[in-house]
Design a protein. Structure first.
Length: 300
């Protein structure tokens, strides 16, 4: 597929792009700074400028596409990851503006240019725990896609708005638009540098509901979304199978979320940020469990 990918220079995006390249896709990265991936051109463009998004989506990916002499090929899909990635980088109003206006512009251009598959990056912060003022308990566990998301911060709120923007455009166009509530992204080198500390101090992962998503497994999820047609508007949690903790799941819930009801039975180490939907609907099969990389830290 010929893929228009925004935000591919970021932490999650660069790994997702590499995975897509390995599957044989052609990718144009659209970002404010280039990515150093052989075979990938970066078009420097601002998602908050609607005209730039329309122009970029009618662009060549590289010089070789000039050779056919048949004009600019059409993109098969848009993957939209570009955003201010969290609070406390920009003022809250700017975080909200960039993320919501940028997403509107990207989806609008894709729909009006009749691109039939759109995937956007939402976030686990929509569940209202991560950036809450004070410790907030979820209403129930595990966290699943039918949860009444209720963040109190500018970043999480921007992602909720983006999901509704996607739903609105899907209704008017009929194209497939899938929103990925991406968990805490872990790059390959971060298992050894971060996880031993997490296991000794599990409380630091409470705000993430102990979730993680391996950056390479996130690439697989994006590719599975590209392959799966006809679902209309969908929201998917993008997380790994297990918690980023050595404590069993029920004990983890009781210790850090006391009194929060479980809506169903959960397996011993099943993620409290549930990925059941991507396994059942998309056929996701985890390739990078933390246990493969952190020796001697697993509780049997």
């Amino acid at each position: 597929m010929r893929i228009f990918f925004t935000g591919g220079s970021g932490k999650a995006g660069k790994h997702a792009i590499q995975y897509l390249l390995d599957q044989g896709h052609q990718v144009l990265n659209v970002d404010l700074k280039p990515v150093d991936i052989p075979g990938v051109n970066t078009l420097i463009a601002d998602i908050t400028d609607s005209g730039q998004m329309f122009n970029a989506m009618t662009s060549y990916t590289w010089f070789d596409e000039l050779e056919a002499g048949t004009g600019v090929p059409k993109f098969d899909a848009v993957v939209h990851f570009a955003a201010v990635p969290r609070i406390l980088i920009n003022p809250d109003n700017e975080t909200f503006r960039v993320n919501t206006v940028g997403t509107y512009n990207v989806i609008e251009a894709a729909v009006k240019l009749e691109i039939k598959k759109i995937i956007i990056a939402s976030s686990e912060t929509t569940y209202g725990i991560c950036f809450s003022d004070g410790q907030t308990n979820p209403k129930s566990l595990p966290l699943e896609e039918d949860y009444d998301v209720d963040p109190m911060d500018s970043y999480g709120l921007s992602k909720v708005v983006n999901e509704q923007t996607a739903r609105s455009f899907q209704r008017r166009s009929g194209v497939d638009i899938y929103a990925l509530r991406i968990g805490n992204v872990i790059e390959p080198h971060e298992y050894e540098t971060l996880f031993p500390y997490y296991f000794k101090h599990p409380e630091v992962r409470r705000r993430n509901a102990f979730c993680y998503i391996d950056a390479r497994d996130l690439g697989q999820i994006v590719d599975l979304c590209l392959q799966k047609d006809g679902l209309g508007y969908q929201v998917f949690n993008a997380g790994n199978d297990h918690n980023g903790a050595i404590i069993p799941s029920k004990e983890l819930a009781e210790r850090f979320f006391p009194g929060v009801p479980l809506t169903r039975d959960i397996k011993e180490h099943e993620a409290l940020f549930s990925n059941r939907k991507i396994r059942e609907v998309l056929g996701f099969k985890e390739q990078h469990n933390w246990r493969m990389y952190v020796e001697g830290m697993m509780k049997k």
